[in-house]
Write a protein that binds this ligand. Sequence first.
Ligand SMILES: Cc1ncc(COP(=O)(O)O)c(C=O)c1O
Length: 398
Amino acid sequence: MAEATLFDTFARAPLRFERGEGVWLVTEGGERYLDFGAGVAVNSLGHAHPHLVEALKAQAEKVWHTSNLYEVPGQETLSRRLTENSFADKAFFTNSGAEALECAIKTARRYQYVKGHPERFHIVTFEGAFHGRTLATIAAGGQAKYLEGFGPKVEGFDQVPFGDLDALNAVVGEKTAAILIEPIQGEGGIRPVPKEFLQALRKICDDNGILLVFDEVQCGVARTGKLFAYEWSGVAPDIMALAKGIGGGFPLGACLATAEAASGMTAGTHGTTYGGNPLAMAVGNAVMDVVLAEGFLAHVRDVSLVFRQGLAGLKDRFPEIIEEIRGEGLLLGMKAKVPAGDLVGAMRGERLLGVPAGDNVVRLLPPLTVTAEEAREGLARIEKAAEKLSASLMKKSA
Ligand SMILES: Cc1ncc(COP(=O)(O)O)c(C=O)c1O
C-alpha cells in the first residue's frame, strides 16, 4: 500500500527489498529477484559488493563530512583518476545526475561569458532527451510531461528532433553556447546516437566556438563496455556529466571538463555542501578500483555478447512481443510490441527486474559484474515472461 505521508510522485511496484547480494535483491518475505534494473543503471557493481562495503565502512569510521571549505583528499584522488582516463582536465563533484548537468550547463554558459559572449547562453538539446528533474534540466530535456505546471520553462534551451542535422544547423546561431547530448539516450528508449552524427556535432562546435557537452549519467562508467560511451565514437566532448554508476549506489555525480571549458568556473562561481563528501569519494574511488582493473571492461563486453545473442534469439522466437534489441554493452533495450509496462510486469512475475523507458522499450541494465550464467538465467526468465504474454495474446485473439 502506498504510504500517505509520502509525496505521491512515484508509482511504485508493491515490492519491499530488505537486502541485496550481487545481482540479486531479496524481499522482506525472502523472495529472490534477479535485478536487471540495477537501480536504473546505478548499482554498477551489484549489491553489497565487498570492496565497496569495506571502503564505505572504513571511511565512516574516520570522517563523514568536512564541507568544501577544506581540502578533501578523496576528491583529489578521484578527479585525478577520472581525468587521467578521459578527455578532461578537471572535475566538480555533485550528489546526483541533475546536479552534474546543472554544473555542465553553468560551466558552458560561464565559458562563453568570460570569453566576452554573455549573449551566448543557449543550449541545444534533442527530442527524447532526459537530463534530470531540476528546473533547468527539465527545460533541457524538453518533455512536456515533466514541464507542465512548473511555471515558465527556464530560458535558453532549444530542442531539435533526434538525429536531425538540418534542424540543428537551423537552430545553431549567435546565441548558442553549447550542444548537449546523451551518446546513448537512456530514458528516451536506449537510442544510440550514430558515430557520424557525433562527429558532425564536434565539427559544428569547433567551427562555431560552441562547446560539446555529453550526458553520460546513464551510459558512462563502463556501462557500455568502455569506460565512457563516447569512446566508441572517438568523439570527445568539452564537458561531461556523470552520476549513477560512478557511485555504485551511493549518491555521487561529477561534471568533467577540459581546462579551457572550465576556465570560467573560478572561485565562488559554483558550490555545493555535500558534493564530493568523503563518504562519496571513498565509494567512488572503490568503484574506480574495480572498473579500472585489468579485464573488467572485457568482461562487460563478453557478457554483453552472450546476453545480446540470447535476446536476439528471443526476438526471433517472439516477434509478437519483442520488436527490436538495441544498445551497447550492458545498456540494452528491448523495444516491445506489447505495452512495455506489460512486459516489465510479466518479467516481474518471473522475479526478474527491468525498467521501462520511452519509445515502448524495456531497459535491461544488469550490474556490470553479472556473470554469463546469470545473464542466461535472466534470458530464461524473459523467455518465460514472453511465453506467458504470447499465450494471453493468443487467448485474446481466439
Ligand atoms: C542521462 C541522464 N541524465 C540525467 C539524469 C538525472 O540524474 P538524477 O536522477 O541522479 O538527478 C538521468 C537519470 O535518470 C539520466 O538518465
